[in-house]
Design a protein around this ligand. Structure first.
Ligand code: SAM
Length: 285
């Protein structure tokens, strides 16, 4: 079945009485060029198990299943299950997991579904939880090589920004802490059904093998980063004092020992400075 043919998709959806849920970010890909490109750029190949988040009617799932050894796809909307039974009927290497990705035990899914294979994530992410999903994938330290995802263009810009610039955010620090990120290609809004109000882009994160900080130090580092960015217009000392009750003097001392001014804002610190600041503050805890 041609899942990028508009009349085929309309007929399929109406036969199943399916209506799109805006709340679940349901914009399905109908441009035939996109899914093969995501799969080819996202490690969907022999020797790999691919974890997909949000199947829709299976347009990307199919391309992944054609190339990778196995696909495990987490989809929250149970109304899509009978549709997927039909659209993925030719594939015996796909497992659909009807769960909320934010509550799913992804370590277990990878271990059970991909035993012995390398693993990677590919998805056209539901936009309302782009950052939480990416942070979840990174923070859970899943045994995956890469995360290749479609996100809104603005989210792609933030993800691919340089740490230490105004364009950066907590998510920028997150991806650069755990790996390296790059934009692969832009996707226009007309490539989806229904068309969203914004354009999109596909990005790829390659995960580092090395672990920079211990678990406890890492938790502390991300509380500093998240607090700092949630009050990014304030000085880092003010933000950490109001959100983490860290006395301002302690932050001033830590900044001074790194040669940074007391007025520094989180968005002006590069990756090394952020890590050094959190280590200084932790030592003085
Ligand atoms: N991969 C399909 C495509 O490209 O056409 C669908 C992508 S659509 C942008 C996002 C999909 O994620 C929808 O099918 C939606 O039901 C699903 N979804 C939304 N929230 C989810 C969640 N918390 N956990 C798992 N799936 C979710």
């Amino acid at each position: 079945m041609e899942l990028t043919n508009i009349s085929t998709v309309r007929e399929l959806l109406s036969r199943h009485g399916f209506s799109f849920s805006k709340g679940l970010g349901q914009n399905f890909i109908i441009n035939p060029d996109i899914c093969p490109k995501i799969a080819e750029n996202g490690n969907a190949r022999e020797g790999y198990g691919i974890l997909e988040i949000g199947t829709g009617i299976g347009v990307l799932t199919k391309e992944l299943a054609m190339r990778a050894d196995r696909v495990a796809a987490v989809e929250i909307d149970k109304r899509l299950l009978p549709i997927l039974d039909e659209t993925l009927a030719d594939f015996d290497n796909v497992t659909i997991i009807n769960e909320d990705v934010m509550k799913c035990d992804l370590h277990r899914v990878i271990a059970e579904q991909f035993g012995g294979l390398r693993a990677a994530v590919c998805a056209n992410l539901p936009y309302y939880i782009t950052s939480p999903v990416i942070m979840l994938l990174l923070e859970s330290r899943l045994p995956i090589d890469s995360i290749t995802v479609m996100v809104q263009k603005e989210a792609a810009q933030r993800l691919c920004a340089k740490v230490g610039t105004r364009e950066s955010g907590a998510i920028t620090v997150g991806v650069n802490y755990y790996g390296t990120v790059r934009k692969l290609f832009d996707v226009s809004r007309g490539s989806f059904m229904p068309a969203p109000n914004v354009d999109s882009a596909v990005i790829r994160i390659d995960l580092n093998d090395e672990i920079l900080l211990s678990d406890e130090d890492e938790k502390f580092f991300f509380s500093i980063v998240k607090s700092g960015f949630s009050q990014r217009r304030k000085t880092v000392a003010n933000a950490l004092s109001s959100l983490m009750s860290i006395p301002k003097e302690r932050t001033y001392d830590a900044l001074a020992s790194l040669g940074l001014p007391a007025t520094a804002r989180i968005e002006s610190l590069d990756m090394q400075q952020l890590i050094a600041l959190s280590q200084e503050l932790r030592e003085k805890e």
